[in-house]
Design a protein around this ligand. Sequence first.
Ligand SMILES: [Zn+2]
Length: 177
Amino acid sequence: MEKRHGLVQDSPYIKPKMIVLHWTAIPTLEQSFDAMNPVHLPGSRSNLGAVSALNVSAQFLVDRDGTIFQQLPDTAFARHVIGLNHSAIGVENVGSAKSPLTKAQLKANEELIRYLTKRYGIEYLIGHYEYKLFIGHELWKESDPNYLTEKTDPGESFMQKIRKRTKDLELKGPPAR
Ligand SMILES: [Zn+2]
């Protein structure tokens, strides 16, 4: 948190202001969990490893049937979105471009978003592919301007559907460009 965000804290907690939705790009729940479970990054993702050895993870993981698993406490720091991890709760969904997210996952994400918004006063809801629009925003905290990756998850159609279902919560999307 100190290296990437310039935040010095006694423990790795976050102040949730945002929910970031993802897909794992890994076919099964078990494989997705196994990828996020180790503390350190496996060698195969060395581009990420050069920046930090901390493994990628997210507070929540949603299976294809909509079952929600909690992998970390809501306010524990997790590495899932560049620049915004200090204030973002991550929701990973088992799926990919080839296996788009299911109706059951849509419902589960809606319930989780409603619960977290009520509990923490969440202000923003974004898909991972929208994160770069926060560069220059007051919430953006990344020390290396060249550390950016291309993302497409969790798909534009899923974000359109989830925004429609949670419209009453009046959550903001990314800043307009
Ligand atoms: Zn993602």
